[in-house]
Design a protein around this ligand. Structure first.
Ligand code: SAH
Ligand code: TYD
Ligand code: ZN
Length: 405
């Protein structure tokens, strides 16, 4: 067992999913022989309580030219990030020449609002195709990984940033030491580093174990983020709960003493202590719930097959790789997965080889059941696909429990 990637403490393994493919590695039939697998397991640090992957995979295997995730595929997420951008514009970026850097800017879902307001900005995004999609919207993008060296170059060329922001990206990066050194170089004296990522307490409470896959290297709590920030010479000054992606927290970090800490930090620390999120019994319960969820989802799909009912998946999410591979769900149980990303259509799901098809194909011939892999977008998708239900189709959900709607 390696030691904690952040503080060097002892890791306690919480769950082992066994052999898993790269979650966003949708594969063409001709490339099936080249699929890459690794052992997916998570462990919690006995000292700083950070939950983390036991084995990471090289970043270039995940984030490369053909990385298929398009953040703007959800209108609810577009509205979310417009709100984030507007908040920064109204509160942090009012001085002329203010500068904001976003890493993991993807297709520009957040920065497009900043660019439209004419405010100085830079997206840092290693995955070329999504970086080009952002550039095509008139956003300034640097096609690179954010880390100490990139931050140093940005600072030399453009000076300090008032805001450094990352959504669903900071927790994807095992080299947090280099990120914090980069933030230290680039952030202005009174600037803030803001990041939002899935909240471990929600993952455990909702048994949303599908949040565990290669790209999610860390699973943050307020306690573990506070310890991490302090270790790298920063202070956690605010936390805010977000309902997106099944429950996230937006953390605001600043240089020590630069900002007055919000009472929310202490409130969340106390709640985490009371609910015992870092205790072994909580992790044992999580493990038992994962096994139970797997068994009931498999039972339901096997029953559908016995009764001759057709089942399609909805949302070729990265999360679905963990569900399908861990639960043994292949094209025999779920005949295809419907997804609106042109970057995924026509390919096969990693490891389980379920074909990905367009929403138009779904609408042409509805299945009896649709298994909602994109459960975090349930409201948006069920609304959009209301005809499926009115024609007798039913949704299968598995978070927080397997149920039919
Ligand atoms: N911020 C968007 C996209 C999240 S997906 C959203 O919340 O929807 C994560 C993105 O981070 C991917 O586009 C990936 O290419 C990028 N990424 C991964 N490591 C990175 C790094 N070190 N620096 C900058 N971007 C990174
Ligand atoms: P998401 O849950 O955001 O992320 P991850 O891949 O990290 O688990 O992915 C949602 C997927 O669902 C994405 O591939 C786009 C697809 N999708 C649709 O097909 N239709 C929709 O209406 C929405 C909102 C998403
Ligand atoms: Zn640790």
């Amino acid at each position: 067992m390696p030691s904690c990637r952040i503080c060097g403490g002892t890791l306690r393994e919480a769950f082992d999913f066994g052999r898993q493919p790269v979650a966003d590695a949708f594969v063409a039939p001709k490339d099936l022989a080249n699929e890459f697998f690794y052992r997916l397991a998570v462990a919690m640090c006995a000292t700083c309580t950070m939950m983390q992957l036991v084995e990471g995979i090289p970043r270039e295997r995940m984030f490369h030219t053909d990385y298929p995730y398009l953040a703007s595929g959800s209108t609810a997420m577009q509205a979310h990030f417009q709100g984030v951008a507007q908040h920064f514009l109204d509160n942090e970026l009012k001085d002329p020449g203010s500068f904001i850097v976003e890493f993991g800017s993807n297709d520009g879902i957040m920065l497009e609002t900043v660019a439209r307001a004419g405010v100085r900005h830079l997206g840092v995004e290693p995955s070329t195709r999504v970086a080009e999609a952002a550039a095509a919207k008139g956003i300034e993008v640097r096609n690179a990984f954010f880390e100490e060296s990139t931050a140093t170059e940005i600072f030399a060329a453009q000076g300090p940033a008032k805001v450094i922001y990352a959504a669903n990206t900071f927790s994807h990066v095992d080299y947090v030491d280099s990120i914090f050194r980069g933030v230290d170089v680039l952030l202005s004296a009174d600037g803030i580093f803001v990041f939002e990522d899935p909240y471990l307490a929600d993952i455990v409470e909702k048994t949303s174990f599908d949040q565990i896959y290669d790209e999610h290297y860390y699973f943050f709590t307020v306690r573990s983020v506070q310890a991490m920030a302090a270790q790298y010479g920063f202070e956690l000054v605010d936390v805010e709960y977000l309902t997106v992606h099944g429950g996230e927290i937006r953390y605001t970090v600043a240089r020590p003493g630069a900002r007055t800490p919000s009472p929310a930090v202490a409130r969340y620390l106390e709640r985490e202590r009371l609910t015992g999120i870092a205790e072994q019994r909580t992790l044992d319960r999580f493990a038992a719930n994962i096994h139970q969820l797997r068994d009931s989802l498999r039972d339901l799909l096997l029953r559908c097959r016995e009764q001759g009912k057709s089942v399609a998946g909805y949302g070729a999410t990265a999360k679905s790789a963990t569900v399908t591979n861990f639960c043994g769900i292949g094209p025999d149980l779920v005949s295809y997965i419907c997804d609106n990303s042109p970057t995924k259509q026509g390919l096969l799901s990693p490891g389980t080889h379920i074909p990905v098809r367009s929403p138009e194909e779904f609408a042409q011939d509805y299945p009896d059941y649709a298994l909602l892999f994109a459960w975090n977008h349930a409201q948006e998708i069920m609304h959009k696909e209301s005809r499926f239900q009115s024609q007798g189709g039913q949704w299968i959900l598995y978070v927080p429990k397997v149920h039919i709607r």
